[in-house]
Each structure stands twice: as structure tokens, then as C-alpha cells.
Design a protein around this ligand. Structure first.
Ligand SMILES: [Zn+2]
Ligand SMILES: [Zn+2]
Length: 663
């Protein structure tokens, strides 16, 4: 991404001048949603319908974000998720005020992964330099670290010197340390734990536990496969034996509730380690409620751990605000001083965690879509834009707009003619993004001195991070779709008998590895974040209503989106959606160029992403070694470069200009 400046200049030539304006796309011809004040980002759509049920407020309430990955501008092409960070700042101010009026506690928590997702985060050096400042505008009560804060030393130190210092004892890293260059000793990046009393008297002990993210456990999905070696991640099993942890649990101070934050799946079946911490706490505190907030697997999920312990996970990429409320605190089981048994005038949590629970605690959970309509709906009495916006929210929105402009993120390079998704359509379908990317690899990745030699170009599906939506393809989208910078290597003139079967063998090798380790999650989901069902609109009834063609209707067609099922059932999604299909995809895809109608007949160059060199050599056999491998174009040409180049030169992407809209 560092050399994008020069690329940008190169590509800007020939782009029609109208397209340089950031606001020239969006539902401009549809005037139903006239904005009275500035909020959400210019061009961002709003949802066409929203929730119908008020939140259930308990004695203690939580609003949870996770895996924001820099998406603080919101989703500029998706109405379901069009709110920006400023809107959420205003929203949380309202909720805090509501909580105060009701005599209940509200805690805002985040569980990490602030990097690697879009241009706001990744177009700066070091990345997240600007997005971190925006992120800090939200007044969190507790936070913890994600694996994306630990791939690169410069980012790990940015976290250590920046966010960890800024949030002080609210930033919890119970099992993550960094080498402090000034002392030459490993120190915890944040605090190991925090013991505090809430506004209404609850004595809370909180920990922040990253999953077992280590270089040894993460083999080869990223060039930097695990945590940078200036950091140490202690595995949960070891952490629970450490003196400081045992001391914290055996402290004589009474604890009314444990809080476990973690960039960590809420289920052990998905690689999570909360179960280990939960069990250790239960040995010392058999009945004290343990409330868990997880992340990393990028899904909405809610798991019951026992009758006094539940765990929430709140999706990814600023698509979801997670809500949990609980009641059951009394003078006999805690130091609670707030309202009992429940706040009045609002729905309250009613569900026991388990069917035969004897615990006094009841719960509710909800997954809120990240859009302005949802936020206004739940900011009770503030549905009018002017009522809703706080100055701090508007300032944050303006700051995002300013940064986007500074970074040229709205610069348009082409017009994506339709939606392409990663998993909502079969892998070989024209609606799937990978046939398009295969075409892009074939058409633009060319070594001029070898352009007449047929070639296979192999890349990994895990490096593609998001769908492409119909509408302007911007500088921002380069980071959104393909944020990683893996160089392209090649082996010249490999006999077709080996070259033509390489892709298949790589994919099968991946499959056998999955079998060996029991689940592919260990590799794909732990070392790189997972691909989950994309949340794009599809050509189904109602699609038109997702983006802009707004008319007032009595009955709305459902927009495709999250349809979550968890331990409490299927009523967790705050807004009802139609289901998006989810097809499995292989680990690798390839472009092929220079072949005649008869296909591979003699030899072909084999081009591949650098971190699979060992696998490629292993499959090709003993005739090949690393001495046969060199850069195909140059060490600077990476997986982040071919898509912009393709968009710029493809008729398909240029034809829709200059009248390119997301509707
Ligand atoms: Zn993530
Ligand atoms: Zn993660």
C-alpha cells in the first residue's frame, strides 16, 4: 500500500472529471431521505426499514463492538450498514443518558481488530494512524486487543504507545506482552485485569484474553504468519496457572460479576479459549455471574456457558452493534445500589440462561444493524435527526469526511457493473467475485519479457476480504477487497503435466490438512480472520429497496442480511432479513493466460503468492527447488496491485462511467 501514491497519480489520468467528486454517487435521484443536518458519510445510503421492537433493558446492559477493522466510515454502498462512527458516538451518548435516567448500568466494550479493512485504516503509514484517532471518540468502558494489532511490530508498538496508554486501565491484555525497547523487558501491552465498581455499585473483575494466537500455530496463510516476535501471547491454559491470575481470583475482595473480554470465539468448538478461563473462575467462584464478550470469527453469536454465564459475539466491519442485558442482582447477592428488580417503562430481560437454571439471573441479547434508522429507533424519543445528533457525533462524522478527503479515498477508478460476492453464489458463478479476479489476474499480471509464454497465476481466496458492490470502484475499495500485500513469485516453464494440475493439488492439500487438524478453522479462522457469509444484497425481490430506490410502503420486502441462530434461538437479529446463501469456496483460485484452444500443451510459467512457495515446491517434486523461484514482475508488485490495474483498463468497469450509481 505504500506505493499507492504513485499508482494513484498514474490511474487518475483518464478518469472522467465528474468522478473525482466524492459525492457524485449515491441515491442522488431519490429524494425521500433528505438530510437536514450533516450525518453519515456523503453518499452513504440509509436502511429502508428497521427494527420494530424496543431493547430489553436490565440492571446491567452492554453495548459491544468487535472486529471494526477500520470501517468507521460505515458501508458506503450498503444501506443495512450505512451509519458512521459519529452516528454511533451520538447513539451511545443517548443510551448512557437513558441508562442514567433508569438507574441502571451501561458498559461499552470492544474486543479488538482495529486494522486491515479499508482505506481509512490502511491508506496511512503506519496504518490506522488516522482511524485510531476517530475510534477513540467513542467513550468505551473496557477494551481488548485483536490479532490484527499484532502481525507487524510497528502496529504492535503503535498499540502499546497509543491506544493502550490512552485508555489506561480500561485496555485489558491478560495474555499479551511486548518487548519494551526502553527496558528491554517484555511487559503487558495493557493491564492484566481491572477490578472496579460500576456506577450502581457492582464490583466487577474484568480480564482481556486473546485466543491462542502464536506464530507456531499459524503456519502459512499470511506472509507474517503469526504474532510479531516482539510480542508474546500466553496460551489460556498457561495463563490460568500464573500467579497473578490465581491471586486475582483468590482475592478477598468480593466480586459481584466477572467480565471476560476477548478477541476470541465464544465457543471452544470454533477455537475459542474462554471455556478454560470460565472453568478456572468457576473453581473459585461457583455461582458468580461471568459475562463474556468475544470476537475474531466475524459472526453474530450468543452462547450459554452455564446458568450464570453467557457470551456474545457481535460480527465484523461495523455491521453489528451487540446488546446484552441482565437482571437478577439484589442486596443478597451483590452490592447493587440501582433499580430492582428492573427498570420501568421499558421491556426487561426475561430469559434464564438454561431451562432448569436456579440462578437469579435473566438475560436478553440483540444484534443491531449498523445503520442510522436503527440507531434513531433505539434512541428513544430522538428519532428526529436534529434531536439525535450530539455535537461530538457530528464532529466525529466531519473528521471522517476530512480524513477520507485527505486520503483521496473517494477517488473513482471505475464503475463496478453489478454485485460480486465471495460466498453468496457458487464459486464458478458469474455472481461470484473469484471468476472476475481470475480474469483480472490473467489480463493484467504480465511480465513483459515473458508475455508470450502461457501462465497460470495462483492466489489465495483468504486474501480477498470483502465483496464488490455495484457502483463506483474507489481507491478505498482496493483496501476493502484485497488489503494484503503478498508478492508474486514464479517458476518458469513447468511441464503441463505438473503445471495444469497444481491448483487442484494445492486445494486438495489444504483439504487433507483440514482433515489432519480436524477443522480448517485452525488455519483460516485463527491465523487470518475468517470469511463468513457476505452480507451483500442480491438480485432477489426487495433488492431494489436496499439501495436508494425508496418509496414509502406499508409492507416492506425483506432485504438480504444476517439471519442468526444462537443458543437463545433465532430472534436475536434486531431487524428481520432474508437469508443470504452461503457456498463453500476452495483455498486457492487461479487465472490462466496465453493458452490456445487446446489448453496447456508444452510448458507454462507457474506464478503464485509468495507464502505458498514451500507447498508449490513440495507438489512439483524433487526436480524443483527454491533456486528455480524468482519474482514474476518485481518484489514490489503484490496482490494489492492487480485489481486496480484491471479496473482501470477493463471496458466492463469503464463503460458505466460517468453515470455510475449504487442503485
Ligand atoms: Zn477480525
Ligand atoms: Zn481477528
Amino acid at each position: 500500500m505504500r506505493h499507492f501514491g504513485s499508482l494513484l497519480l498514474g490511474l487518475a489520468v483518464g478518469v472522467p472529471s465528474c468522478l473525482a467528486c466524492g459525492g457524485c454517487y449515491g441515491p442522488t435521484s431519490h429524494v425521500e431521505h433528505v438530510r437536514h443536518v450533516k450525518r453519515i458519510q456523503p453518499g452513504a445510503p440509509n436502511a429502508t426499514y428497521g427494527p420494530t421492537r424496543a431493547l430489553e433493558w436490565g440492571q446491567v446492559n452492554f453495548l459491544h463492538t468487535t472486529d471494526t477493522h477500520g470501517w468507521l466510515e460505515g458501508h458506503l454502498k450498503e444501506g443495512n450498514y450505512g451509519a458512521d462512527w459519529g452516528d454511533v458516538v451520538s447513539f451511545t451518548n443517548h443510551l448512557k443518558q437513558q441508562a442514567g435516567n433508569m438507574g441502571v448500568d451501561l458498559l461499552l466494550v470492544d474486543t479488538g481488530d482495529l486494522h486491515d479493512g479499508n482505506g481509512l485504516s490502511d491508506a496511512t503509514t503506519p496504518d490506522a494512524e488516522l482511524s485510531m484517532k476517530v475510534f477513540e471518540r467513542l467513550n468505551y468502558d473496557l477494551l481488548t486487543i485483536g490479532n490484527h494489532e499484532l502481525y507487524l511490530a510497528e502496529v504492535a508498538y503503535q498499540t502499546f504507545d497509543g491506544i493502550a496508554k490512552l485508555w489506561g486501565d480500561k485496555y485489558l491484555t491478560s495474555n499479551v506482552q511486548i518487548l519494551n525497547p526502553s527496558t528491554n523487558k517484555f511487559e503487558y501491552i495493557g493491564k492484566q485485569y481491572k477490578f472496579f465498581t460500576t456506577q450502581h455499585g457492582l464490583r466487577v473483575m474484568a480480564f482481556g484474553i486473546l485466543f491462542d494466537f502464536t506464530a507456531a500455530g499459524c503456519i502459512r496463510r499470511l506472509k507474517v504468519a503469526g504474532n510479531t516476535n516482539v510480542t508474546i501471547v500466553t496460551k489460556a491454559k498457561e495463563m490460568v496457572t500464573q500467579g497473578w491470575f490465581k491471586q486475582a481470583l483468590n482475592s478477598t475482595e468480593p466480586v459481584d460479576m466477572f467480565l471476560l473480554l476477548g478477541h476470541n470465539a465464544v465457543r471452544s468448538s470454533m477455537g475459542g479459549t474462554f471455556g478454560i478461563i470460565h472453568d478456572a473462575i468457576r473453581q473459585a467462584h461457583p455461582r458468580t455471574p461471568i459475562q463474556v464478550f468475544g470476537g475474531h470469527t466475524h459472526i453474530r453469536d450468543f452462547a450459554v456457558l452455564d446458568e450464570s454465564s453467557t457470551a456474545l459475539e457481535s460480527g465484523r466491519y461495523c455491521e453489528t452493534l451487540g446488546w446484552v442485558s441482565m437482571s437478577g442482582f439484589s442486596k443478597s447477592n451483590s452490592a447493587w445500589t440501582g433499580i430492582s428488580p428492573n427498570p420501568r417503562g421499558v421491556p426487561n430481560p426475561t430469559r434464564k440462561a438454561t431451562a432448569n437454571s436456579t440462578s437469579p439471573f435473566v438475560y436478553s441479547r440483540r444484534y443491531l444493524d449498523w445503520n442510522r434508522a436503527t440507531l434513531e429507533f433505539h434512541a428513544v424519543g430522538k428519532q428526529d435527526d436534529k434531536e439525535f445528533d450530539y455535537n461530538s457525533g457530528l464532529t466525529t462524522t466531519a473528521e471522517i469526511t476530512k480524513h477520507r478527503s485527505q486520503l483521496n479515498l473517494a477517488e473513482v477508478y471505475g464503475c463496478t457493473p453489478k454485485d460480486y460476492c465471495m460466498t453468496c453464489a457458487p464459486f464458478d458463478s458469474p455472481d461470484n467475485i473469484f471468476p472476475l479476479l481470475s480474469q483480472a489476474l490473467a489480463e493484467v499480471v504480465i511480465n513483459e519479457t515473458r508475455k508470450d509464454i502461457p501462465r497460470y497465476l495462483i492466489s489465495n481466496t483468504g486474501g480477498i476480504r470483502f465483496d464488490m458492490h455495484k457502483g463506483p470502484f474507489t481507491y478505498d475499495d482496493f483496501f476493502i477487497v484485497s488489503p494484503f500485500r503478498d508478492a508474486l513469485l514464479y517458476i518458469p516453464e513447468v511441464p503441463c503435466s505438473k503445471a495444469a494440475t497444481l491448483l487442484d493439488k494445492l486445494n486438495k492439500a489444504g483439504a487433507s490438512q483440514k482433515r489432519n487438524i480436524g477443522s480448517m478453522r485452525v488455519e483460516r479462522d485463527i491465523c487470518v480472520d475468517p470469511i463468513v457469509a457476505p452480507l451483500m444484497a442480491r438480485d432477489e425481490p426487495g433488492h431494489g429497496h436496499a439501495f436508494g430506490a425508496v418509496t414509502r410502503r406499508q409492507v416492506v420486502d425483506l432485504v438480504p442480511g444476517y439471519t442468526t441462530s444462537d443458543d437463545f434461538g433465532s430472534d436475536g437479529d434486531d431487524t428481520t432479513h432474508s437469508r443470504i446463501p452461503n457456498y463453500s469456496i476452495p483455498d486457492y483460485f487461479q487465472g490462466a493466460a496465453g493458452f490456445g484452444a487446446e489448453g496447456c500443451t508444452g510448458t507454462a510459467d507457474v506464478v503464485f503468492v509468495d507464502f505458498i512457495e514451500k507447498d508449490v515446491l513440495a507438489i512439483l517434486g524433487s526436480d524443483y527447488s527454491s533456486s528455480n523461484v524468482t519474482y514474476y514482475i518485481s518484489s514490489n508488485y503484490t496482490t494489492q496491485d492487480f485489481l486496480p490495474q484491471f479496473v482501470k483498463q477493463s471496458d466492463m468497469f469503464q463503460a458505466g462511467l460517468p453515470n455510475c450509481t449504487i442503485a
